[in-house]
Design a protein around this ligand. Structure first.
Ligand SMILES: [Zn+2]
Length: 259
């Protein structure tokens, strides 16, 4: 994905001067987010007699999660702009969203802050909606209802993004720290990209193994396993492309998108 301008995109809005575009593949992420919302609400909410209602609520929650991902990306983009980095826009696609920041951060501190802003926004949303869920369900342990479901999924979004696998947010934070140690962004990027490729390989391998086991046992883990494999492939390509750009093989290529 890095360097590749998302094709087939539709500009749908402009928020604070930042263009929001939808890639055709975005519909895949809406289906998957609705599926996660469905799994969450059927686990914690008394199942509605009408399956149609459950599906409609799941899709509504899927759309709400899309807005949460948008808020995560806006946090990256606005902090980047605050540091004077040009932001081309935000694109929602199959794996969630990316902020297209047109220049690499000039120093480790700005890289750190831009990377941290997204997960921080997801944690704030999780905390606020968790509070709402508790207020609406007094006396019940844990987070219940649709607000509780969105709160939990935002927390997962923050945790997953903070895994130190470049170019995910945690990997960018790792790169900023290595940058301080190595006094070289290129070297820090190569190290962080290697960690990213290691994690991506682990995701792909475990996805393939779990997919195979679920095919034998029929335990329903196949969709998650397949999804993990695809995310692993996306991350592996993105980490490799970043390493190539910093290695001087593609000096003219734009920086990888911020996820
Ligand atoms: Zn992010």
């Amino acid at each position: 994905m890095p360097g590749r301008r998302p094709s087939r995109t539709l500009r749908v809005a402009s928020i604070a001067g930042i263009d929001l575009r939808l890639d055709a593949s975005w519909i895949v992420s809406l289906v998957i987010l609705s599926y996660y919302a469905y799994a969450e609400i059927t686990r914690t909410i008394v199942r509605s007699d009408a399956a149609v209602t459950t599906v409609a609520v799941s899709v509504a929650l899927g759309l709400a999660l899309v807005l949460c991902i948008l808020a995560h990306e806006l946090a990256h983009s606005l902090v980047a702009r605050g540091y004077g980095l040009p932001v081309r826009g935000i694109t929602l696609f199959a794996f969630g969203g990316v902020s297209q920041i047109e220049r690499e951060a000039p120093d480790p501190a700005s890289e750190y802050m831009v990377a941290l802003a997204g997960p921080l926004m997801s944690i704030v949303i999780a905390t606020v909606l968790g509070g709402v869920a508790r207020l609406l369900n007094p006396g019940i342990e844990g987070l219940h209802g649709p607000w509780g479901a969105i709160s939990r999924l935002n927390l997962w979004l923050a945790i997953f993004n903070l895994i130190p696998a470049f170019p995910m947010d945690g990997g960018r934070i790792l790169r900023s720290l290595l940058w301080v140690v190595a006094h070289s962004r290129a070297r820090a990027t190569r190290w962080a990209a290697n960690v990213g490729r290691g994690f991506a390989t682990f995701l792909i391998a475990s996805g393939v193994v779990v997919f195979g086991l679920s095919a034998i046992r029929g335990n329903g883990a196949a969709p998650n396993a397949l999804w993990a494999t695809f995310i692993g492939m996306f991350l592996y390509n993105a980490a490799s492309a970043s390493a190539r750009i910093e290695g001087g093989e593609r000096p003219d290529a734009p920086p990888p998108p911020t996820v």
